[in-house]
Structures are given as structure tokens and as C-alpha cells.
Design a protein around this ligand. Structure first.
Ligand SMILES: Cc1ncc(COP(=O)(O)O)c(C=O)c1O
Length: 371
């Protein structure tokens, strides 16, 4: 039976998550120390295939810390995709650096390496590729550009837990990479994030920065101005339970995409997400491009679907369209603009059932015919 309201996403929490949370409360270790913090960080580092994972309070501060740890600040430029969640660019603004906005690839919807090259100046210090909606970026090209121009790479892997590029997990390529565990993410801790790196010095610096700058060898002595960006043991307890189920959750996302692809097969006027041969796309948001629609048409379609209790999301607006970044330097971003106007995120919860996906696809097809 198809349930009444179908949300875009919902957390997938089971008894294990509940048991671990109850354990933290019984133990009274509910703040940012406790066994689940260490365990979650260890499990996460192992899963991604990196040396160090540092838990933080969300994916935005994870990006902020990454930029701070690489000493990026005023006078520096950082290249980010124009089509992404605003946190990617905001973190650059937090450190006083300037975000510069690159165009997208037409097929993967990710940052276009050719556009990155066009934006590099003497001031450029880093690139932040975002694996949009779970689809891995062209990391070989991005790393090549970064090496040739002496730039850092910070992977924003908030939406791509479990995705792979040439057999390697996204988040294991950057000098530093970041993740988000917000309630709509593939694994969640409510709010939460992780910063990962292979570099011990960077890992130590991240640990100090997230704990108010306290000297690790001298309690209550502060060498620098740091932040309180710590995750709680309660959040980490949920994280541990989610990590024990991460393969199941990633598989569920991929299965949902398979079913959507099946029911959307041969429908003219929509472009389905791609999965390149050398990648694993984890389809954080199963998304389609409405080839013949503009922004207004897409909104009409969304309204129609809403009448059938199907929640959808438009693609992100271009960051340079909105007040904080309007007029900022960008690469034209024609492809990103097309995607932003025509892209639609469909319900992608790991709890979706096949009959719900069939129902959603049926409604989309019907609306496309009628509108
Ligand atoms: C690409 C990207 N970067 C960063 C973030 C920020 O994560 P959080 O919401 O945990 O701060 C998100 C969250 O949605 C995201 O999608």
C-alpha cells in the first residue's frame, strides 16, 4: 500500500540506534567525551580508507575547520561549484577568503574541471569539489589541476557517503574531506559531521581547532582562538549504529535508483542520473532533469505532485543568483544554470518501497503529459 505522504527523505533509525542512545544516557556520558566518539571516528576512517577522522557538530563547520587547518584566509580565492548547497561557499566566506564559482558538467552535474582551470589566478589556494547528490566528481582531472597549480583539494563529500571513484571511496582523495550527518543524509546523527585526512599534523590541528584551541598536553591552556565544534557522545552513538548498517543503507539508495530508472525507462523529456563506469553513485537524492521545462514549469509540476502527497525539491539555486554571492566572480555557468532551472529531486528515502516508486513515476509521467 502506498502511504499518504511521501517525503523527499527521512532518517532510517532502528533498534540499534535506540539501544546505543539509551546506553549513553544510562552511562551519563552525554556530552562530547565517551566511548562512542572514538568508536565512530575509528569506524568512519576505516570505512572511507583514511588515517584520521575527526567528528564535529555538522558538515558546515567541518568545511570551516578544513579551510582553517590549511591556513586559507583573507586575500585567498577558493574555487567552488556554483551548483551546490550554500554551506560550501559560506565556509570560504567564514575564513575571509573569496569563493569563486565554477560551472558544472552536463552529465554528472558536478564541478567541471575545465571551468576550474579557467578560474585559476595567483590568488587561488584551493578547490572544493562537491560530489553532488552522491555522484563522484572527476577526481583525476581535479587532482591533476591541483598538483599543476599547487592548490589544496578539499572534497565536500557531505552528499556522497559510500560513493566510489575507481574503487576508492569519495572523501579519500582530498588533502582534507568533509561529511555531513544531517537528518536527510545517507547516514545521520541528527546534526553532525566529520573531517577526514591522511595527514597527522592536519588531524592534530583539526582536533585542537574544534576544542576551543586547547593545548592537548596542557589542559585549559589555549595557544590559539579555537571553536566549540564538538559532536556529542549521543550523536556518535547514533553514528556507530548507522555505520554498522552503512552497507545496507548505501545499497538501499542504489536499489531505489535502479527502481526509478526501471519505471522511468523510455520516457521522453527527462534525463536520468548517470553512473559512470568507473564510479559508484550512491544517489543521495534521486534526481531528474526536465529537459523541456523552465523554472516556472518545474514549479507547476512540483505543485501537481504535492497534490498527490509527493514531496519534491528543486535543484539548488545557483549561489551567484542569491544575495550573498550575487555578482561574485564566476565562469558564466551556463550548464549549471540549466541544471538549476530544470533539475528535480524526487523522494529518496531509504525506507521507500517499490510500489511507492512506481506510484511516483506514474504521477510524474501523468503530469508531464497533462502540463
Ligand atoms: C554539499 C553540502 N555541503 C555541506 C553541507 C552542510 O552540512 P550540514 O547541514 O551538516 O551543516 C551540506 C548539507 O546539506 C551539503 O549538501
Amino acid at each position: 500500500m502506498v502511504k499518504k505522504f511521501i517525503p523527499v527523505s527521512e532518517p532510517n533509525l532502528k533498534k540499534k540506534e535506540l539501544d546505543y542512545v539509551v546506553d549513553t544516557i544510562k552511562s551519563t556520558w552525554i556530552s562530547s567525551k565517551g566511548k562512542y566518539i572514538d568508536k565512530f571516528e575509528k569506524m568512519f576512517a576505516e570505512y572511507i580508507g583514511v588515517n584520521y577522522a575527526i567528528s564535529v557538530s555538522n558538515g558546515t563547520v567541518a568545511l570551516h575547520l578544513a579551510l582553517l587547518a590549511l591556513n586559507i584566509g583573507p586575500g585567498d580565492e577558493v574555487i567552488v561549484p556554483n551548483l551546490t548547497y550554500i554551506a560550501t561557499a559560506n565556509s570560504v566566506a567564514y575564513v575571509g577568503a573569496t569563493p569563486v564559482f565554477a560551472d558544472s558538467e552536463k552529465d554528472t552535474w558536478d564541478i567541471d574541471p575545465k571551468s576550474i582551470e579557467r578560474l585559476i589566478t595567483k590568488k587561488t589556494k584551493a578547490i572544493i569539489p562537491v560530489h553532488l547528490y552522491g555522484n563522484p566528481c572527476n577526481m583525476n582531472a581535479i587532482i591533476k589541476i591541483a598538483k599543476a597549480n599547487n592548490l589544496f583539494v578539499i572534497e565536500d563529500a557531505a552528499e556522497a557517503i559510500g560513493s566510489e571513484y575507481f574503487g576508492q571511496k569519495t572523501g579519500s582523495f582530498g588533502d582534507i574531506s568533509t561529511f555531513s550527518f544531517y537528518g536527510n543524509k545517507t547516514i545521520t546523527t541528527g546534526e553532525g559531521g566529520m573531517v577526514v585526512t591522511n595527514d597527522r599534523e592536519i588531524a592534530n590541528k583539526l582536533g585542537i581547532l574544534k576544542g576551543q584551541g586547547m593545548n592537548p598536553n596542557k589542559r585549559y591552556w589555549f595557544d590559539i582562538i579555537g571553536y566549540n565544534y564538538r559532536m556529542t557522545n549521543i550523536q556518535a552513538a547514533i553514528g556507530c549504529a548507522q555505520m554498522e548498517r552503512v552497507d545496507e543503507l548505501v545499497e538501499a539508495k542504489r536499489n531505489i535508483a535502479k527502481l526509478y530508472n526501471k519505471y522511468f525507462m523510455d520516457i521522453p523529456g527527462i534525463t536520468l542520473p548517470v553512473e559512470k563506469n568507473h564510479t559508484i553513485n550512491t544517489y543521495w537524492m534521486y534526481s531528474i532533469i526536465l529537459d523541456n521545462y523552465c523554472r516556472e514549469g518545474r514549479e507547476k509540476l512540483r505543485k501537481e505532485l504535492e497534490k498527490s502527497e509527493i514531496e519534491t525539491r528543486p535543484f539548488f539555486y545557483l549561489l551567484t543568483e542569491m544575495p550573498p554571492y550575487n555578482g561574485h566572480k564566476s565562469d558564466g555557468c551556463k550548464i549549471a544554470k540549466l541544471l538549476a532551472d530544470k533539475g528535480l529531486n524526487l523522494p529518496s528515502s531509504t525506507l521507500l518501497k517499490e510500489e511507492e516508486i512506481e506510484y511516483i513515476c506514474g504521477k510524474v509521467k501523468k503530469c508531464l503529459k497533462e502540463l
